[in-house]
Design a protein around this ligand. Sequence first.
Ligand code: ADP
Length: 493
Amino acid sequence: MSAESQHILPVDIFQTIFEKSPGSLLIKADMPRFTILAASDSYLEFTDTTRDAILGRGFSEVFPDNGNTDEQIKAHNVFIRVVNTGKKIDIPRYRYDIFNQQNKCYEEHHWSCSNVPITGDSGEIAYILNTVVDITGEVKAKETALENEKRLNLALEATGLATWEVNLIDNAFSYSIGMAEIFGLNPGTSLTIDMLRSQIAEEDMKSIILPSYQQALTSGEYLFEVKVVWPDKSQHWIRTQGIIIFDENNIPETMLGTTLDITESKRDEIRKNDFIAMASHELKTPLTSLKAYIQLLAKKLNNNNDEFIANALTKADNQVNKMANLIYGFLDLSRLESGKLQIKMQDFDINKLLVENIAETQLTNNGHTIIFDADGVVMIHADKERIGQVINNFLSNAIKYSPKDTIITITTKTCENEIQVSVSDTGVGIKLKDQEKLFQRFYRVDDDEIKNISGFGIGLYLASEIIQRHRGKIWVNSEENKGSTFSFSLPIG
Ligand code: ADP
């Protein structure tokens, strides 16, 4: 045997290899019949046929046109072109439905095929190797993805939401169609992240966007509402919400989210806020004079020993104080919303402030026992009046939401660089699901037990804003029907 013939595969081995190869058909170039000479097992399997049924027969006889293939890619025409040009022809995607013998119906199939010419001994094209891959799964998946994308776009359009993504490594920015409109630009405008940033109000950039980005670097989530200025100089508001994706080394990689134009609801809120500010301001004046008259009457009463009048005046004074607290709460709320809530820092002893506030509370409420063991002098640098307001809110809530004759305990604790103040009651307590929301504006627990207790749900919201402005923390620990402990901490030193 010569060295060369040792390297020639025996025909039967070649045949086995061919039959085991993926989706292959060997066709004779005998135009126009194109006789099938060999077929691989997988070809037979996915065309739902047998070797006996197709070998030796013409291609079109076995696989007739089923009507949904265009002329250009009809197998018969492609084979003719392969023979005439001597070149390989690929058809990346076409549809050819297969008759399912078991179900007696055609099933939708998509294929990708390659047709390679094979030359015979005398140089002419003698065979065509037709290799076919069933890509029905991929085509269907792509169709589903496109369908989902269409639905998402419809939903985005209907809700006015825009979606976007920023690559934090190279600043590449991709966004949905609505993004330009939210910034007052033509829908076709090509946007960059710097372009959009330049439209955000400068004060919001500093006080909202940068801090929320810093915070998102640890939490992975962000949500902010900021003012944007359109090219026509009009002011609008947007709400952006999203997440940061980190790589395996915890380096922020991508930022993605949604943006919504909230101008309408913001304008409503501003109008409502202006109304609250105006109404509470107007109510303040008659209330102040009412209080003055009550005090005047109380003084006059010193000469008269009428117990009933004395009692009625004390009650009237209490009610006026309650009303004044509500009105001042609303005034603070509107100041806060319009960014006018001022913090005036000074040095003071927080334990002394607590003692004063407790004494004041006890003057008007004698149904509860308040226990506080002040532990020396603890000087802090903060807004005394505002911190007093937080303490009063904790105290009045503890009284409001716990039964008469129970004990309210106040503790202060200094650790490292902070002071912690807690007010505990043994009252109705708060469900876990409500605890997270208590510090939101207007949030009140919807519970039969406390539905008759008056309030507007702004005290804790104000308290949390005040504490945040002091870079402190505010939180609650509570168990339903056992009681609650409201705490805040402030930096000292
Ligand atoms: P308000 O008491 O005027 O409704 P707040 O903002 O002070 O407003 O409190 C919000 C809500 O939190 C209250 O409506 C109440 O449901 C709940 N809450 C506050 N403090 C307590 C407490 N000590 N015990 C039980 N629930 C409380």
